[in-house]
Design a protein around this ligand. Structure first.
Ligand SMILES: NC(=O)c1ccc[n+]([C@@H]2O[C@H](COP(=O)([O-])OP(=O)(O)OC[C@H]3O[C@@H](n4cnc5c(N)ncnc54)[C@H](O)[C@@H]3O)[C@@H](O)[C@H]2O)c1
Length: 323
């Protein structure tokens, strides 16, 4: 019986927290981390070097390890994809296609994260519905919509158990973000703790959906554990936890660090990407079909980030005040 889980792109922002969480649930040896680069020395647990655009390598690793589920995280993120659109197509679509082929041949389930980037300027911006217009204007978004459709196709046509969520911007203090449009919401904490000052690349009133990493990890595990009989949708569910602007995030940080200052030097490319995305998602389908419910709102996330990142940066003198 194939029970093991393979995680691709496991050294990235999500994978570096999802892998330990999966190991805590299913067992250390049951979860094989993989990436196109080697893990830092001393990293524990099973690891394989896997380029997801290499079908032979993927197939061999999946067979040798008896993989039954693939969490496919390897991808180029929005800002990187926009600067290298041809590479983004190869990695995001080529990698997903090969993962789905391995899943079809080896009867694996597949988790594939989509994004708020799968929406575009023609999408209703507020409380964006689960089923709505998806005409993104970025290469990242094009690969996310096509990825959602390809995952649904493999489910309907070949019976592959594909599931996914549309993550908003993810905030964490572990691995650094990989070049997305919402990276400001992570960078701001490093700069707040180090210098009490941050220069933001998005405009002060740019409102976007966000989520703290413990909720993102929970969403990825819960949607794969969901009773398939209850699933009306599969690829991919809107999920969200909070939405805010840079100005509102700065104000929430100031409750703990009263001297914190923010100013703005807008990056036109990332601003244009952010302007094409929704400002809040309706995640009622995820709540109804598999019980989605986030634990962290803005204030709880800010308090936890400052405390844990402060510890990580070895600045124990920075005391966070819980609100
Ligand atoms: N982080 C977010 O805010 C966010 C939001 C929405 C959706 N997502 C999606 O979640 C997934 C993971 O995101 P992340 O933030 O962890 O990304 P990340 O950039 O932090 O990590 C991606 C990992 O993939 C690896 N990789 C790149 N090309 C590869 C290849 N050809 N083969 C194997 N590995 C390769 C990289 O080395 C890296 O470790 C992506 O599909 C992303 O689009 C992320």
């Amino acid at each position: 019986m194939k029970t093991k889980i393979l995680v691709t792109g496991a050294l990235g922002q999500i994978g570096s927290e999802l892998v330990p969480a999966l190991r805590a649930v299913y067992g250390e040896d049951q979860v094989v981390a993989s990436d196109i680069r080697m893990p830092p020395r001393g990293t524990e647990g099973p690891f394989e070097l896997v380029d997801t655009t290499n079908l032979r390598q993927l197939t061999e690793v999946a067979r040798r390890n008896g993989v039954g589920t693939i969490y496919h995280l390897a991808a180029l993120l929005s800002a990187v994809a926009e600067s290298k659109p041809q590479v983004a197509w190869d990695v995001n679509m080529g990698g997903l296609y090969r993962v789905l082929e391995v899943a079809r041949e080896s009867r694996c389930a597949v988790f594939h994260p989509s994004s708020i980037g799968a929406f575009g300027p023609g999408t209703p911006r507020d409380l964006t519905p689960q089923d709505t217009v998806q005409r993104p204007t970025t290469m990242y978004g094009v690969t996310k919509v096509a990825g959602e459709l390809l995952c649904d196709y493999y489910h309907h046509r070949f019976g592959v158990d594909t599931r996914g969520v549309r993550f908003p911007g993810l905030i964490s203090y572990g691995a650094p973000p990989g070049g997305g449009t919402t990276d400001y919401a992570v960078e701001i904490f490093y700069e707040a703790l180090r210098h009490e000052h941050y220069t933001c690349f998005l405009e002060p009133d740019t409102r976007l959906d966000m989520m703290y990493m413990p909720d993102a990890v929970k969403a990825a595990i819960d949607v794969m554990e969901a009773d398939p009989a209850r699933l009306v949708h599969r690829n991919a569910f809107n999920v969200t936890a909070m939405n805010f602007t840079p100005e509102e995030l700065a104000a929430a940080i100031r409750k703990h660090l009263p001297g914190f200052r923010i100013d703005y030097q807008v990056d036109p490319m990332r601003q244009a990407i952010a302007d094409s995305w929704p400002s809040s998602l309706d995640d009622s389908a995820a709540r109804a079909e598999w019980g989605w419910s986030p634990a962290y709102n803005l204030d709880a996330m800010v308090a936890d980030m400052l405390e844990n990142l402060g510890n990580k940066l070895r600045q124990p003198e920075i005391r966070t005040r819980r609100t």
